[in-house]
Design a protein around this ligand. Structure first.
Ligand code: NAP
Length: 278
């Protein structure tokens, strides 16, 4: 079975370059779908307090460990602090609640889900995450949906450089400027909605490349993320799709194919604009 390559974060921790994400996965199905993902080879799982399914993720991990299918050190679980939990004290409480639902001794990556500029509490929220990091409760801390301006403000005050900024990235929103900023500061870019919520799957250029390679459109797009050096978390709701999306480590896109995908950039978001979320 293939394993996703792991990428070193800006500390000693490594994260899978392809993870399984469970946004909108119903809580009752989460353990079963995460088990299918673990069977397919995923070791990186992405949830959030918002998703209401942290306990299902934890259950799948516990079961995989119990049967000896994997070891804790190979598993990488991310969860995220929701917008209503900004603030120093609330952040500590939110983390304790997420950790209890996951049933883990430690969380691998804890992210501030959105900067929530209107609240103005991101810095003190991040201070709580730094404490959790120093206490060994989390192996890495980071942010999500931070624009360059949000990161600049954070970096001015933070002691711990965020390991990850998880943002919307796909062929229609390639985030080249933000990715270059991340690279300059040692922040790993992790793509959410790597398939554009499925909307990029029907693109004719992607379809043409898929036909050339004898691969599916989803495989082509996920392979593109790999070759950009962008880690991604992808969601799918059937075992077949979950496995299909993970079968991207034994083929490569050519320079011409990469250039054709680069030309698809159109600044199109399928999710919210980070400056508008509070
Ligand atoms: N940090 C954030 O603010 C944030 C925001 C959004 C998402 N995320 C994370 O990113 C993960 C992925 O994002 P996403 O779920 O929005 O979008 P996505 O992974 O880009 O796309 C998921 C959609 O594509 C479909 N799909 C997946 N694989 C397919 C395949 N092989 N063939 C055909 N269709 C396929 C899925 O259908 P089915 O489900 O029907 O199989 C689903 O409708 C989330 O689960 C979550 O963990 C984070």
């Amino acid at each position: 079975m293939h394993k996703a390559p792991r990428k070193g974060l800006n500390n000693s921790v490594t994260m899978g370059t392809l993870g399984y994400g469970v946004y909108k996965v119903p809580p009752a199905d989460t353990a079963q779908l995460c088990a299918l993902a673990l069977d397919a080879g995923y070791r990186t799982l992405d949830t959030a307090s918002l998703y209401g399914n942290e306990s299902g993720v934890g259950q799948a991990v516990a079961e995989a460990l119990a049967i000896g299918a994997t070891v804790r050190e190979d598993i990488f679980v991310t969860t995220k602090l929701w917008n209503s939990d900004h603030g120093y004290r609330r952040a500590h409480e939110a983390f304790a609640a997420s950790k209890a639902l996951l049933g883990l001794d430690y969380v691998d990556l804890y992210l501030i889900h959105w900067p929530c500029r209107g609240k103005g509490l991101a810095l003190e929220t991040y201070r709580a995450l730094e404490e959790l990091y120093r206490a060994g409760e989390v192996r890495a801390i980071g942010v999500s949906n931070f624009l360059q301006q949000d990161l600049e403000q954070l970096l001015e005050h933070a002691d711990v450089v965020p390991a990850v900024n998880q943002v919307e990235v796909h062929p229609y929103l390639q985030q080249k400027g933000l990715r270059a900023f991340h690279d300059r500061h040692g922040i790993t870019t992790q793509a959410w909605s790597p398939l554009g919520r499925g909307a990029v799957l029907d693109d004719p250029v992607i379809g043409r490349i898929a036909a050339e390679l004898g691969r599916s459109p989803a495989q082509v797009i996920l392979r593109w993320h790999q070759q950009q050096g962008v880690a991604a978390v992808v969601k799918a709701s059937t075992g077949t799709r979950i496995a299909e999306n993970f079968t991207i480590f034994e083929f490569e896109l050519t320079a011409e194919q990469l250039a054709a995908i680069a030309s698809l950039e159109r600044g199109q978001r399928f999710g919210s604009h980070p400056a508008e979320v509070n």
